[in-house]
Design a protein around this ligand. Structure first.
Ligand code: G4P
Length: 281
């Protein structure tokens, strides 16, 4: 899905999420575990304001586990409860309800103190940038037994609640927010991980960024993947070396840099270089 974020779109997205917040008890902020900062919306704190929130580091199966652990510890210092999940396989997903229940315990205890004997299920909204895995998580949480519990009249598109066990209800449409395009490095990280379309940024520029990052943080994996005895300083030489070894050639046998860029990015996104994290503390 390509989303062009113009100021009007951003304002509309913000308005829609703000409206949905009125209906829920807790926000599940979904980010990409490989880029937990770069895949956040820049205005998220302002938008969510005082709503209880949990951060879900999705696609943790693709991220460097040591770095994910550091991020979870970092968010804890910011009073943000973060958990690592893999919505595709379901790893960690069960924890969401447990942690949410704990976070909302004071609110529900207050309700019970006021005489409400059986508090209703917790209501939650998933928010996140495009492609972060919102639909995958909704389907995963819904499991096979999607039970829709009535519409809310009066809103343009009827909101529906998806029951997740007895204790959680999820709005069926997630809140879609925009990533931070204005920062060049953030853009490169979003492109490298496939969060934004390859047509948005120049593919060779993205691959240059990715290769420099790999050379700095994962040199051994880079060497192993492309059978390099060492990593050339000069990025053009590195492109040449990879291109020659992997047959990314144009007519006349010269290295085709576009093909090299495509190959490297495909290798990264399909985990041929292992689990990688691009946002670092
Ligand atoms: P969105 O609603 O936020 O836009 O994202 P969506 O669920 O469509 O997920 C975007 C892509 O990310 C999908 O891949 C999805 O399978 C993948 N994905 C979601 N969660 C995880 C996860 O925890 N781990 C991994 N490895 N991948 C995840 P796709 O290539 O666009 O589609 P497809 O492969 O499912 O066909």
């Amino acid at each position: 899905m390509t989303i062009q974020w113009f100021p009007g779109h951003m304002a509309k997205a913000k308005r829609e999420v703000t409206e949905k917040l009125k209906l829920i008890d807790i926000v599940f902020e979904l980010v990409d575990a490989r880029i937990p900062m770069s895949s956040r919306n820049p205005l998220i704190d302002e938008i969510i304001a005082n709503k209880p929130r949990m951060m879900l580091l999705n696609k943790a199966d693709m991220a460097d586990p040591d770095v994910t652990k550091q991020w979870i510890e970092f968010f804890a210092t910011q009073q943000i409860e973060a958990i690592a999940i893999d919505s595709q396989s379901g790893t960690g997903v069960k924890q969401i309800v447990t942690v949410a229940k704990e976070k909302l315990r004071p609110k529900f205890e207050k309700m019970m103190a006021k005489g409400i004997k059986r508090p209703r299920a917790m209501r939650a909204l998933i928010v996140g940038i495009p492609n972060v895995g919102k639909s995958t998580l909704i389907n995963r949480l819904a499991g096979k037994h999607i039970a829709k519990t009535g519409d809310t009249p009066g809103v343009t598109k009827a909101q529906q609640w998806i029951k997740v066990g007895k204790e959680l209800e999820l709005l069926d449409t997630p809140g879609i927010l925009w990533p931070k395009f204005e920062d060049e490095e953030v853009g490169f990280k979003l492109a490298t991980t496939g969060a934004i379309k390859d047509t948005i940024l120049n593919l060779q520029d993205v691959a240059v960024y990715a290769l420099r990052f790999l050379a700095a943080y994962y040199p051994e994996r880079l060497k192993e993947r492309y059978a390099l005895s060492d990593i050339p300083e000069d990025i053009v030489v590195l492109f040449d070396e990879i291109g020659k070894r992997r047959g990314c050639l144009a007519a006349g046998g010269v290295v085709d840099y576009d093909k090299v860029a495509e190959l490297v990015l495909r290798d990264i996104r399909t985990e041929k270089l292992g689990r990688l994290s691009f946002d670092r503390l």
